[in-house]
Design a protein around this ligand. Structure first.
Ligand code: Z5A
Length: 212
């Protein structure tokens, strides 16, 4: 992993926070700065990863053990890193990923209550020293996010969780940002879209200015 030339950018947040809505803007900003960008997502991003995603998000395995969920996330991630993310970064392509390991700390750690030290072991084992260079956390109140997501489609296995699960997810994301402020930038996603996008432009612009 020592030959990495591209930058790795991830976008995180709770349900309905606006990740899908804003990923295209981020990609455009990076491309306008002259970067070749690979857009991908987790869980998923590879044929095997997308199959694992279906297992994780569908209702066929409702009640799966938290540890199974955690290991499936990292199984999909190992495949994603080896088939897609690391080769792209090594070739100098920038990778923009819809969720990554911060989601594991937030959902499996905060939401399911798995000890973060166990997640850390898997993170080091699967990723070695690879961590995102920049992470945007789209933050908004739980009710607002669920309402936005609910308008769009039937709830998946995660979206069917109880309110306190999402509260713990949100708090864990904010803790991650507090503990790693250089990498992780919180965007107030409760605001109208134009204001959310202007915050994103500032954060991405600041990051790009450090890459010259
Ligand atoms: N997961 C995990 O547990 N552990 C892991 O390690 C990883 C993932 C990697 C993947 O879902 C699930 O996997 C996820 C965590 C878990 N849990 N769930 N569910 P996902 O990431 O594919 O999907 P999601 O989180 O459910 O995202 P989403 O519901 O698609 O939300 P979104 O992409 O953030 O929001 P959106 O689709 O862009 O926006 C929602 C609606 O709001 C839409 O109608 C927009 O037009 C509207 N919108 C967006 N912004 C605004 C503003 N500013 N104002 C008004 N309306 C807005």
């Amino acid at each position: 992993m020592s030959e990495i030339k591209g930058k790795f950018i991830t976008v995180e947040g709770g349900e309905g926070a606006g990740k899908s809505t804003n990923l295209d803007l981020i990609k455009q900003l990076l491309e306008a700065a002259g970067q070749q960008v690979l857009f991908t997502r987790e869980p998923g991003g590879t044929p095997l990863g997308e199959e694992i995603r279906n297992l994780l998000l569908g209702h066929k395995h409702d009640g799966m053990a938290a540890e199974t969920e955690l290991l499936l996330m990292f199984g999909a991630r190992a495949e994603h890193l080896s088939q897609k993310i690391v080769p792209a970064l090594n070739a100098g392509t920038w990778v923009l990923c819809d969720r990554f390991t911060d989601a594991t700390y937030a959902y499996q750690g905060g939401g399911r209550g798995i000890d973060p030290k166990r997640i850390q072991i898997l993170e080091q084992w699967v990723q070695h020293d690879l961590r995102p260079d920049l992470t945007l956390v789209l933050d908004l109140p739980i009710e607002m996010g669920l309402e936005r997501a609910g308008k769009r489609s039937a709830p998946d296995r995660f979206e069917s969780e109880a309110h306190h699960f999402f509260q713990n997810v949100r708090e864990r994301y904010l803790d991650i940002a507090k503990n790693d402020p250089k990498r992780v930038k919180v965007i107030d996603a409760s605001l109208p879209l134009t204001q959310v996008q202007s915050q994103i432009k500032t954060v991405v612009g600041d990051f790009l200015s450090t890459c010259v």
